[in-house]
Ligand binder design. Structure first.
Ligand SMILES: Nc1ncnc2c1ncn2[C@@H]1O[C@H](COP(=O)(O)OP(=O)(O)O)[C@@H](O)[C@H]1O
Ligand SMILES: [Mg+2]
Length: 244
């Protein structure tokens, strides 16, 4: 069973009188443990796609299945549960809760499900991202890179089958970005999660198993790169061929 299956997904937003068609038939599949990058021009709908997969937004048409369960036909409450149990999310702007410490943010995935936090898992996650020494800091006392490391710990603490990352290195410096990318890839392997990551950074995309290119509301399967074909040069070539 695929970890994620997206079939013919369409999504429009109303902008004044005119609907803006953002997703116009998106198809993609992630097998267990795959690390896949999605690239595309700004405004093409990459975040919209991730939000639909996460059940934070709902497509107009099409099917989304996460670990074999239909995401988009569920009601709000059931969608929320499916997300909490199966998906870890790393956002572009971290989305940490500002009045909770780093450690408390990593406890949250347990608390929102009414579970007693597994202290060992929380410590292990903080340790794994190198943030144990900052565990009692508030987000405002952390750098952007450190906030992103904490949000990675929060995303992996329950070892979800699917990790989503939306431009995870977009708001940190280059050196930290490299570290975050390496970490995301390594932890998804360790935890056994599939990782779907949106990125503008060809160097980040070149480190994944497969690179998908989105243009005009669709993923172009003929442009995608997989296994040995994935390289920095090949990614750059595709981007310029597609005019991205
Ligand atoms: N909630 C919304 N309401 C109206 N338009 C939206 C909304 N979210 C996104 N859009 C529009 O949908 C398009 C795709 O946005 P987005 O998915 O954020 O693109 P990307 O992440 O690829 O830059 C943009 O034109 C954006 O303005
Ligand atoms: Mg975006």
């Amino acid at each position: 069973m695929a970890t994620l299956s997206v079939r013919s997904v369409e999504k429009s937003y109303a902008l004044g009188q005119e609907p803006v068609e953002v997703l116009r038939g998106v198809d993609l599949t992630l097998e267990a443990g795959e690390v896949v990058a999605v690239m595309g021009p700004s405004g093409v709908g990459k975040s919209t796609l991730l939000n639909c997969v996460a059940g934070l937004d709902v497509p107009d048409r099409g099917q989304i299945e996460v670990v074999g369960q239909a995401m988009n036909t569920l009601d709000d409450a059931a969608r929320t549960l499916l997300r909490r149990r199966n998906i870890g999310i790393v956002f572009q702007f971290f989305n940490l809760v500002s009045n909770l410490t780093a450690r408390e943010n990593v406890l949250l995935p347990f608390l929102i499900e009414g579970q007693t936090p597994d202290e060992n898992e929380v410590n292990r996650a903080l340790e794994r991202v190198g943030m144990s020494a900052r565990a009692s800091h508030l987000p405002s006392q952390l750098s952007g890179g450190e906030m992103q490391l904490v949000s990675i710990a929060r995303a992996i603490v329950k070892k979800p089958p699917l990790l989503l990352a939306d431009e995870p290195t977009g708001n940190v410096n280059v050196e930290t970005g490299r570290r975050i990318m390496r970490l995301l890839k390594d932890v998804s392997r360790e935890v056994g999660s599939s990782l779907l990551m949106v990125t503008h950074n060809p160097a980040d995309a070149a480190q994944t198993d497969r690179v998908l290119f989105m243009k005009d509301g669709r993923i172009h399967p003929e442009a995608s790169l997989s296994s040995e074909a994935v390289s920095r040069t090949a990614v750059d070539e595709r981007l310029s061929a597609l005019g991205i």
